[in-house]
Design a protein. Sequence first.
Length: 279
Amino acid sequence: MPELPEVENVRRTLKGLIVGKRIREVNILYLKIITGECDDFTSAVRGQKIVDIRRVGKYLIFILENIAFISHLRMEGKYRYLLSNDVDEMKKEDILINKHDHLEFVFVDGSRMYYNDVRKFGRLQLVHKEDYQELPPLNQLGPEPWEANASELYHKIHKSNLPIKSILLDQRVIAGIGNIYANEICFIMRINPHTPGNKLSKKRIIELIEVSKEILEQSIQAGGTTIHSFTNVGVSGDYQQKLRVHGKKKCPVCEGEIYKEKVKGRGTYYCRHCQKKNK
């Protein structure tokens, strides 16, 4: 968490707030939040105008005039934005920066953006704006569901005897699906999450692509899923109200018990009655 729909909503929200703004100052409050040299990041970004914000999988790409940087939110990374008037008021109360703010962008118009991360797992990395998708980590990602080729994906999955739940979480196979949505995809497909990938037919892989797209699109439209401490630039997502199995106790189809187990270390919710193994 956050997963693709949450990151996409962060992108859309930030794009409406900061694209076109020029960065006057960058303050790195936790040095490890930057991959590479902090001085290089600061000097490259300072004075640059934000031209666009893009997304690849769960990664945000901030496109500046002469450079770009990738932001990976990991478990609980988020951004908060303050207008100049808000900045002035918070300065008076000495609450402008909180203990989980690790990076501060000060814009020429006085507004500010903070990268906030309770667990400090997120990272920002300076990249060239022209070829960022051809270099790690983005060049290691598989296609997103909207770009997936059924035949190619079938051959990848059919080679593996790992549980389909684990395969869905492998960003090298298919990008953007995280734990919550993998649970939902397995439930909609009525497939047991322990089912080995090599048991799925090509027809089921085509179905997997379509179900993945449908669930992710619905979540994007709902603003994503807000669970625990994740908030999208101050806006909470509503898709958690539509979750069918993740975090639930009763199956919405058969009203049987929802079981929670670990699949390769990841918390997995499923209905043993509706999600038959190898079905």
